[in-house]
Design a binder for this molecule. Structure first.
Ligand code: ATP
Ligand code: MG
Length: 451
């Protein structure tokens, strides 16, 4: 039976609410003296874009995270602008701009390192427009193209959360609230606009966005917006892996990674993105290394330090790697070939969900491969290892493993000391390792091949 017909029939069943019933919102215009956004909080480039569009006769507003974060007294990460000018018109108005995107056609206006994202008001109802070539929904109900332009009101109601549908007008300094976003902002709630299930089906990434904003803003997810997530989490499997990679960087790179991870587990979203890690966790591996790495990452971000995605991915996939590595060793493979094969398999499976670029997967694999090498320190080995370009990351990873409770017989401490010593002391340390090794070998009757 066609989906639409099922929906229509369902809406006639007594006691069952009409699936397509629309909530009515009324626009509220909040004057300057009733909100805290001041022009000086908005970046010069964003103001330039707003003013030039307005002066050219178009309507342009600050929207999204920029308005939301300013109303919360926080520093926005970036400024997004919505306008009734088409992408081509915006592109013509700014020499320093470029048209990007297919699913959403948008314009990036570039000012040095700052990028102002300008989108044209979107409109129309997805169901009415399914045949339109500018808007298309695939077999899973996902929007794969969404370039139907509309009014500012339609644009507002097509946004994801009520707190993201607030518009700031630089002409009269008012804030336009279409979906009771200010009320939700005050109640510190994230609420999807419209029917949550439909909105998640249109774009399952909204489930991840819900978790990300809830963690970052310390908001609760409104009950009706949270309820469908566990059941729909699997829809993320249909999202292009390249988009998910970008989303993962935002999820874990905003300084609230550990909190985000806990919530992703709570809603069953983690397993949809990291199926092999989740399988390993379900079989008894611990996730302490993931949490420890995210905790360190959060700390670094709050201290203004840089973070490397390959380090984080090394931790996110470590439980899966460990399990596969162990399985291969149990089947008689030697340590190094087993590790290499396990790494290959884990990465191969993972990139089907999340496209980890090679510039990250190669160093991630190197970090893993260095782990057993860090235990072999005799002769010239330690000296050579410290010179290895990936030594620092591998050593940091070892410390994270230890902090997460893995037993390494004080290996991390040994390397910490080794790095602080002069050449003579270093030689003493390595010969000590050799002696200890000999003593241990004598004690064991059967000699072990590796580590
Ligand atoms: P931040 O930039 O701080 O991560 P943001 O809310 O600005 O948060 P962006 O990804 O920059 O998020 O998107 C800008 C705005 O575009 C959002 O506030 C929202 O209104 C709208 N938007 C973005 N992605 C979606 C989506 N998947 N579905 C519906 N609306 C979206
Ligand atoms: Mg933004």
């Amino acid at each position: 039976m066609p989906k639409k017909l099922v929906k229509k029939l369902l809406s006639f069943i007594p006691g069952k609410p009409a699936v397509t019933a629309k909530k009515r919102y009324t626009l509220k215009v909040i004057p300057r003296d009733q909100h805290c956004i001041s022009r000086k909080d908005i970046s010069e480039p964003a103001k330039k874009v707003l003013n030039r569009l307005n002066n050219a006769g178009y309507d342009a507003y600050l929207v999204g995270g920029g308005v939301r974060d300013l109303l919360l007294g926080q520093h926005p990460k970036d400024f997004d602008i919505a306008t009734n000018a088409t992408p081509e018109e915006v592109n013509q108005l700014f020499r320093n701009s470029r048209l990007i995107g297919r699913r959403f056609r948008i314009v990036h206006v570039l000012f040095g390192r700052e990028v102002i994202e300008v989108t044209t008001f979107r409109g129309g109802q997805v169901e009415q427009e399914e045949t339109d070539t500018e808007r298309a929904v695939n077999e899973h109900g996902h929007l794969v193209r969404d370039n139907v332009y509309g009014s500012k009101e339609e644009d507002a109601l097509r946004r994801d959360f009520t707190v993201n549908a607030l518009y700031y007008c630089i002409r009269d300094f008012t804030v336009h609230d279409y979906a009771d976003g200010v009320r939700d902002l005050e109640a510190r709630q994230l609420r999807l606009i419209g029917d949550p299930e439909t909105r998640y089906r249109e774009d399952p990434v909204r489930m991840l966005r819900a978790i990300r904003f809830a963690a970052k803003l310390d908001f609760a997810i409104a009950e009706e917006s949270a309820a469908p997530i566990p059941e729909l989490a699997g829809l993320l499997e249909h999202i292009p892996p390249a988009r998910l990679f970008e989303e993962i960087l935002k999820l874990f790179g905003a300084g609230y990674g550990e909190k985000t991870y806990v919530q992703m587990q709570h809603y069953g979203l983690f397993g949809a993105l990291f199926p092999t890690t989740q399988a390993a966790l379900d079989q008894g591996e611990e996730d302490d290394i993931i949490r420890q790495a995210l905790r360190n990452t959060d700390e670094r971000i709050h201290q203004g330090k840089s973070v490397t995605p390959y380090f984080l991915f090394a931790a996110l996939l470590w439980p899966a790697l460990k399990r596969e590595w162990q399985r291969l060793e149990d089947n008689g493979e030697a340590t190094y070939p087993a590790l290499q094969l396990a790494a290959h398999r884990v990465i191969d499976r993972q990139v089907r969900s999340i496209a980890i670029p090679r510039r990250f997967s190669v160093p991630m694999k190197e970090i893993w491969e260095m782990q057993p090498r860090l235990t072999r320190r005799q002769g010239k080995r330690a000296e050579m290892l410290v010179e290895h370009p990936r030594f620092r990351a591998a050593y940091d990873f070892l410390l994270v493993r230890e902090a997460a409770g893995e037993h390494t017989e004080g290996l991390g401490e040994w390397w910490t000391q080794y790095q602080q010593q002069n050449d003579g002391e270093r030689r003493k340390m390595t010969s000590q390792v050799a002696n200890d090794g000999q003593r241990r070998r004598r004690r064991r009757r059967k000699p072990r091949v590796d580590q």
